[in-house]
Design a protein around this ligand. Structure first.
Ligand SMILES: C[S@@+](CC[C@H](N)C(=O)[O-])C[C@H]1O[C@@H](n2cnc3c(N)ncnc32)[C@H](O)[C@@H]1O
Length: 306
């Protein structure tokens, strides 16, 4: 069996973008300075961009503190994380023993090892916490889960060496992004239907007001000549949020769980929103003419097409 290329996501993450990475990559700006990913999760697009040499500088952030600590531990203490993980057996009782530990009383590398172990051996690779913020996923039914993947952990550590990693709310990106940078936003999705499984990634959830705030941030960044890309569900709410001269809305096909128990899978459309033409050929033409390729300056697009 051929090995998957490294580095790749070291966690399974609800809403992870591995399957959508081709479609997202096709729609990246052809030229950008710093890459920002303020809802980084497992970082599927970041690792793909890194593997394909598109990253010069990157700032990754997420509101989940345990997740961010895991990135930091792998970046700065990967040998120690591997050592701790190598002492963990795959065993139900041990799983619950590790789960009971308070992550905030552990050292950074132990906290990261606990996160990776629970994520890879727990049910469905879910990250779910109760109201008190305690991880509450039951033991999974895997025969031999690969929670210790040395090659990938070393490669991830290498990929993160010059990356700034922050535990922060998404809106703080406004203070960091400069003209010419690219921000990819992958927020918790607007639910497809009221009964759809809307995973709570952290205790407070992510509601409509947050989605509106995100759209407003995208507007502000657009005015500052920052390229933005957003992925979200194909729902009337998302379409109306981004219905504006600032944005282009594109449909992409995704393979997703389409009902609450996740048993039924199929192809559904999702939306990719950009404030620039997602067509690489048009972007290149505009760059040659030294014209900006923002979607909201239609005259530039027209000029490029004639
Ligand atoms: C759809 S997931 C991102 C998945 C990611 N693109 C991947 O490939 O794994 C959404 C992420 O947003 C984070 N999040 C939720 N609310 C947030 C907020 N207010 N600010 C920053 N991150 C937030 C969650 O912790 C979760 O990791």
């Amino acid at each position: 069996m051929s090995r998957l290329p490294v580095p790749r996501p070291f966690l399974k993450w609800a809403g992870g973008k591995t399957q959508l990475a081709d479609a997202l990559l096709e729609r990246k700006p052809v030229c950008f300075n710093t890459y920002h990913e303020p809802f980084v999760g497992s970082g599927a697009l970041f690792f793909r961009l890194y593997r394909e040499n598109h990253i010069r500088r990157a700032i990754l952030s997420d509101i989940n503190a345990e997740l961010i600590d895991t990135y930091l531990a792998i970046r700065d203490h990967v040998a120690e994380v591997i050592r701790v993980l190598s002492e963990f057996p795959h065993d139900k009782e041990f799983y619950y023993e590790v789960r009971r530990k308070d992550p905030w009383k552990l050292r950074l590398s132990e906290r990261a090892a606990r996160m990776i172990y629970l994520n890879k051996t727990g049910y469905n690779g879910l990250y779910r916490v109760n109201r008190k913020g305690q991880f509450n996923v039951p033991f999974g039914r895997y025969k031999s889960p690969k929670y210790l993947d040395r090659d990938n952990l070393w490669a991830v550590s290498q990929a993160l060496q010059n990356v700034e990693i922050l535990c922060a709310a998404f809106d703080t990106v406004i203070d960091r992004a400069e003209p010419g940078d690219w921000v990819y936003f992958d927020p918790p999705y607007v639910p497809v239907s009221p009964t759809a499984n809307f995973t709570s990634y952290y205790a407070n959830g992510f509601g409509l007001q947050d989605q509106e705030r995100l759209r407003d941030i995208c507007m502000k960044l657009s005015k500052n000549n920052v390229y933005i890309m957003v992925s979200n569900s194909d729902t009337p709410t998302v379409r109306s949020l981004y219905q504006s001269e600032y944005f282009a809305i594109d449909e992409v096909l995704a393979n997703r769980a389409i009902n609450c128990n996740g048993a039924k899978r199929g192809k559904i459309t999702e939306l990719v929103i950009t404030n620039y033409s997602a067509n690489g050929a048009i972007q290149s033409q505009l760059l040659e003419q030294q014209a900006p390729y923002r979607i909201f300056e239609q005259r530039h697009l027209t000029r490029a097409c004639t």
